[in-house]
Design a protein around this ligand. Structure first.
Ligand SMILES: [Zn+2]
Length: 285
């Protein structure tokens, strides 16, 4: 059965950018007669705002985007992530480099702006260094996948990303690990999300292969940006969705996705080929 999921970070109320991601994923799952799950990505506890998860769920209800089963919370699933780390065993190593050491030794910047780690600690933690992060060894292979909107994508992890972090020494699990473990545990067949995560997909497919997990289909919708070209988020001052007029908010989001502007009609005529094939698009007026 088709299983889609919406995985917001409960750092603030639902804004237009998160509505677009939720709506695209809901339409994609429901148009196929499938299940739609909601998962709160609340591992980054300092950024989580108390009450935000409930606010997001109330907004989804008000918009008519119902979900199936229990809402899951990543913060309650850490035993699953620990188990995955154990299974990755020999593919991982502790790195003791500081942020500035990584910046100084970096092989350049990845597309997401992070420094490409050159593998300094691969052969063992240098003497006198404390472990700071558990990294995954990547290889020289190129990972390719076909995104349902953005088309064929390929990434050479060794050259473009480097050995990436799975967990910090303080026990903070990385997004890349948690999302792969959860999508598999929840049986997600279709990942529909913002194109800011397009460059994470190669890392996630690499992890799925090492863990023997099935790779879902991917569909990345354009990220909504404000007049300054910044992704809408709590940090960039995104306005919450106006829940006093849910129909009009849905119409704007459906138009952004290139679909029919009536939700019931859009569900009958859902067509991902009409979604703009770009990584970012401006907030509609
Ligand atoms: Zn290191």
């Amino acid at each position: 059965m088709v299983t889609g999921r919406f995985a917001p970070s409960p750092t603030g109320p639902l804004h237009f950018g998160s509505l677009v991601a939720a709506l695209a994923s809901w339409l994609d799952a429901r148009a196929a007669g499938g299940r739609w799950l909601v998962r709160m990505e609340d591992l980054d506890q300092p950024r989580v705002r108390p009450g935000a998860a409930q606010e997001i769920l109330r907004a989804l209800e008000r918009l008519g985007l119902g979900w199936d089963g229990e809402v899951t919370y990543q913060s309650r699933r850490t035993a699953l992530y620990e188990d995955a780390l154990r299974r990755l065993g020999a593919h991982t190593y502790w790195c003791g480099c500081t942020r500035s050491e990584i910046a100084d030794s970096s092989l350049g910047l990845a597309t997401d702006g992070a420094a490409i780690y050159p593998g300094t600690c691969r052969g063992g933690l240098p003497a006198g260094k404390a472990p700071r992060a558990l990294r995954l060894k990547v290889d020289a292979s190129t990972l390719a996948f076909t995104d349902r909107v953005q088309g064929r994508r390929a990434q050479a992890l060794g050259r473009e990303v480097g050995d990436f972090v799975l967990c910090r020494a303080d026990g903070q699990f990385a997004y890349q690990l948690a999302v792969v473990v959860d999508d598999a545990a929840q049986g997600a067949t279709d990942v529909v999300r913002g194109a800011d995560l397009l460059d994470s997909t190669g890392r996630q497919i690499f992890l799925q292969r090492l863990l023997g997990l099935r790779t879902p289909r991917y569909l990345h919708v354009p990220v909504v940006v404000n007049a300054r070209g910044e992704k809408l988020s709590k940090q960039t001052g995104a306005e919450p969705i106006d829940l006093s007029r849910p129909e009009s908010e849905l119409r704007r989001a459906l138009a952004f996705l290139g679909q029919h502007e009536d939700l019931a009609q859009a569900l009958r005529t859902w067509n991902p080929a009409l979604i703009p094939r770009q990584r970012a698009a401006a907030l509609p007026r």
